[in-house]
Design a protein around this ligand. Structure first.
Ligand code: ZN
Ligand code: ZN
Length: 343
């Protein structure tokens, strides 16, 4: 028997239908461990030894603590060569108005598009990094976030990461992407509206309410430390999806203190290690859900990170109905991940 579950934050319905999995495998193919890959790849544009062959525009860099490591950087911030949005000079007036083409709106793709190269080693990923290495990546995320926010007229900073072919990754060397963008996507506006409505009705942030319940219930918690929790959402849209939240209300990712950043890095590393172990180095996306800049420090939105493994593709039902069918039970995935090692 399938079950429909509603996401409290978005109003979206998800169909949990584990019987559809019977006789089939959730993962059609698993990846070999990262250690099977070479630590250096001669054709990789992000391996430090290839820097002269593939020059990049550096925007930031965290120096490598080991002078003998063969890389001057531990984490590297560069401009993306293939930008979705180009750097722009919008001038003191900010952004230009949209152009009109009959009834349609159009605007030049202004913003910024940068990459964070997370390790000098070609075969490293969060799951195989040391705690200190993940902390350095988080420090770079925060530095670039705070820098891109200063771009005049930027409305939203977007951050995501692709790992593996099914996630859309084109380069296997581990990296994240940060974009500054001058429009706010509808799904985010919708979540902000739902959050506002919930706050106006109940006087509390909808995410704080869910976090409080998940911590007391425990059945969907995957990992937690003092300041962060990772749990499988009640209406888990895709198998083994995990969301990472600060436990105390905080609307903005980039407002984190050093102590919070250390706990976030710990929660991220542990979650990624558990998925890596339980699902054999799965393809995945990380998607940050941060509000647009003009809605900073609001009581009705709570930043979080979606961790979305890619085990099986969406079918026609999902594409047609815009509802997702999850072939596993969220509580089962949380139990499996809780029991997987994070060491
Ligand atoms: Zn590489
Ligand atoms: Zn909250």
């Amino acid at each position: 028997m399938s079950e429909l579950r509603q996401d409290l934050a978005t109003g979206d319905w998800v169909i949990i239908a584990p019987e559809r999995l019977k006789g089939k495998s959730l993962q059609s193919k698993t990846n070999p461990p990262m250690t099977d890959r070479p630590a250096f790849e001669p054709s990789c544009p992000f391996c430090p030894a290839n820097e002269e062959r593939f020059p990049h525009v550096e925007v930031d860099c965290i120096a490598h603590p080991d002078a003998e490591a063969g890389s001057r950087w531990l984490v590297w911030g560069i401009e993306n060569k293939y930008k979705i949005f180009k750097h722009h000079d919008s001038g003191p007036e900010g952004l230009a108005a949209f152009e009109r083409d009959g009834p349609y709106a159009r605007v030049i793709g202004q913003g910024a598009h940068e990459l964070v190269i997370e390790s000098p080693l070609h075969n490293r990923t969060f799951a195989t990094m040391s705690p200190g290495e993940v902390e350095a990546v988080v420090a770079m995320y925060l530095r670039r976030f705070r820098a891109l926010k200063q771009i005049p007229g930027s409305l939203l900073t977007i951050m995501f990461k692709n790992h593996g072919l099914r996630s859309g990754a084109s380069q296997p060397h581990s990296h994240s992407q940060i974009l500054s963008c001058r429009v706010v996507p509808n799904h985010l506006r919708y979540m902000l509206e739902e959050g506002t409505r919930y706050f106006d009705t109940n006087g509390v942030c909808v995410f704080c309410r869910m976090i409080e319940f998940e911590l007391s219930d425990g059945s969907r918690v995957v990992y937690q430390n003092e300041r962060f929790v990772a749990y499988a959402p009640f209406a888990q849209p895709t198998p083994y999806e995990v969301h990472i939240f600060p436990k105390v209300h905080d609307s903005l990712f980039e407002d984190m203190s050093d102590e919070e950043a250390a706990d976030f890095a710990d929660c991220l590393r542990a979650t990624m290690k558990k998925l890596y172990v339980a699902l054999s180095n799965p393809d995945f996306n990380l998607i940050l859900r941060n509000p647009p800049h003009h809605l900073a420090r609001v009581p009705f939105y709570h930043w979080h990170l979606r961790v979305v493994p890619h085990l099986c593709g969406a079918g026609g039902f999902e594409r047609g109905s815009r509802m997702t069918v999850n072939l596993v039970v969220p509580e089962d995935t949380a139990r499996e991940l809780r029991e997987a090692t994070a060491d």
